[in-house]
Design a protein around this ligand. Structure first.
Ligand code: DC
Length: 231
């Protein structure tokens, strides 16, 4: 286990990616976006023409996926078979299908190993943080992937705050129409996701930070304070 492992879970729109990258940069740590791993797996299956309704075919494809995860928080790239998929994994086609892949328990077991190796600083392109550690974010990092992490945070926010953030990301505005267009997408995906991962309530020993009324700086500082105390 590296010197410092920070695990951050939370639902869609909780701000965990932005916060995790900022914390990793501030502490000189690597950064692992596990949602991007599920997204890359989904992109790969679609690219290979795999039927997402066929769990065995999806598992076989994911096992063969030549995934390279960048862990630099300033530029966390994602490549599959040498192709840069950073933009492709954020398209609606992938976002709308990712739960079909991430709800496959055999796929989760396969990807769990890859995530744990990355957190242990094995199998990364280079030892990015020189053993200083990593910030890993997702839905089950605090509970399944790295339950022994030094700092474990559940980042929550009110549904309205989450929808407004996602609407701004996807539509460039958080006006009423954009929020409504986002609502069904986000609520539905959280519902499917929460059937396989538990990211709406903090497990024992996991600190909940509600970001609804906090600025980004305040949330980042709260995580840095937890890390400092842990040292
Ligand atoms: O955080 P995100 O929206 O990029 O995550 C994409 C999908 O991957 C999301 O629908 C849930 C799933 N996911 C998961 O099941 N477990 C994780 N540790 C991270 C993401």
């Amino acid at each position: 286990m590296p010197e410092l492992v920070i695990a951050i879970d939370g639902p869609s729109g909780s701000g965990k990616s932005t916060v995790s990258k900022r914390v990793a940069s501030a502490l000189g740590l690597a950064y692992l976006d596990t949602g991007a791993i599920y997204r890359a797996a989904t992109w790969w299956c679609l690219d290979q023409g795999v039927d997402l309704e066929d769990p065995a075919a999806v598992l076989a494809a994911v096992r063969a996926m030549p995934l390279e995860m960048g862990v630099d928080p300033a530029a966390p790239g994602v490549r599959v078979g040498g192709t840069d998929v950073a933009a492709a994994i954020r398209t609606e086609a992938v976002t709308g299908s990712v739960s079909k892949v991430s709800s496959n328990l055999d796929v989760r077991a396969e990807l769990r190993e890859r995530q744990q190796r990355a957190i242990a600083d094995e199998g990364l392109p280079e030892a990015f943080s020189a053993g200083r550690g990593i910030v890993a974010e997702g839905r089950d990092i605090t509970t399944v992937i790295a339950p022994d992490a030094h700092v474990r945070v559940l980042l929550t926010a009110s549904e309205e705050a989450r929808l407004a953030r996602r609407a701004a990301e996807v539509h460039g505005t958080a006006d009423a129409a954009a929020v409504e267009a986002t609502r069904q997408f986000v609520v539905q995906r959280d519902k499917v996701d929460s059937a396989v991962t538990s990211f709406l309530e903090a497990a024992d020993g996991v600190v909940t930070i509600d970001s609804s009324e906090l600025t980004l700086e305040q949330v980042v500082q709260a995580v840095l304070d937890l890390a400092e105390r842990r040292r």
